[in-house]
Design a protein around this ligand. Structure first.
Ligand SMILES: Nc1ncnc2c1ncn2[C@@H]1O[C@H](COP(=O)(O)OP(=O)(O)OP(=O)(O)O)[C@@H](O)[C@H]1O
Ligand SMILES: [Mg+2]
Length: 254
């Protein structure tokens, strides 16, 4: 498949309010084309809300979201999103589910995308007989078949067992390395964030509480530098939660 280049994302002072509740507050992010960003934070802090704004599924109450300098207004062809559940149509065969994602609905392209995620041999299978990990790979193929420039991942690995999860992480990383789309991954798993991302953004109560670069070579191993980043982020999450007063004095570069 041919190479393509990721989208540049600019979030300038974006806020999102639902009735009286301000879910996102003054979010500012500049995400260069092709960067892999992980967004972490406690449940309810606003991660999915931010992803929905980037996907054009929702609009900010204040501020702006820009893709390559253009204001996001509605769903775009070059932006795709993956959710925790694969959202496959059970009455369509695997390949037909992937064809839905292709602009031309081309079967050959869909088969190539299935091949990329290692499922060429399941093309004619019904989604109902696939495992959870296979279903997520099909939804990844459906997203990638259109050569997106921005891939938004809202905890797509959250429901998978540990080993399948590691396989999926490697697959996502290798596809990203080859195709260089911009990737934004929401995850509860700090270790997953450090394993995959160039940069980890921590959201706390709708605000960016930490924004750090993960300066580790790839492929990443769980060595002492990896654990350093993992601890840095986890300590900050615990600190923000107020569970651990002893973390209160810790300060990190933001
Ligand atoms: N459409 C909506 N109407 C009202 N409140 C909403 C709406 N969407 C989100 N919220 C609220 O915004 C807050 C943040 O929700 P969001 O789904 O972004 O959290 P999250 O960080 O993704 O959480 P989780 O990790 O559990 O998925 C929650 O309090 C949620 O109830
Ligand atoms: Mg969420």
């Amino acid at each position: 498949m041919s190479k393509w280049i990721g989208a540049h994302i600019g979030v300038s002072g974006a806020s999102r309010r639902f009735a009286a509740k301000e879910v996102l507050r003054d979010i500012r992010l500049d995400i260069p084309a092709g960067q892999f960003v992980a967004i972490v934070g406690r449940s309810g802090c606003g991660k999915s809300t931010l992803l929905r704004l980037m996907a054009g599924l929702d609009t900010p109450t204040e501020g702006k979201l820009l893709i390559d300098g253009e204001a996001v207004s509605g769903i775009r062809e070059d932006v795709r999103m993956l959710f925790q559940d694969a959202r496959l149509l059970p009455w369509k065969r695997t390949v037909a589910n992937v064809q839905i994602g292709a602009r031309t609905r081309d079967k050959e392209q869909a088969l190539q995308a299935l091949d990329q995620v290692g499922l060429a041999d399941r093309a004619e299978a019904w989604p109902g007989i696939l495992s959870g990990g296979q279903r997520q790979r099909v939804s990844l193929a459906r997203a990638l078949v259109s050569s997106p420039r921005l891939l938004l991942l809202d905890e797509p690995l959250g429901a998978l067992d540990a080993l399948t999860r590691i396989d999926m992480q490697r697959l996502i990383e290798s596809l990203w390395e080859r195709q260089r789309f911009t990737a934004i991954l929401v995850t509860h798993d700090v270790s997953e964030a450090v394993a995959l991302a160039d940069r980890v953004v921590l959201i706390e109560e709708g605000k960016i509480a930490m924004d750090i670069k993960i300066t580790l070579d790839r492929p990443r191993e769980r060595d002492s530098s990896f654990i350093y980043f993992e601890k840095l982020i986890l300590d900050r999450i615990l600190d923000l939660g107020g569970d651990s007063p002893r973390y209160k004095k810790a300060t990190y570069s933001i």
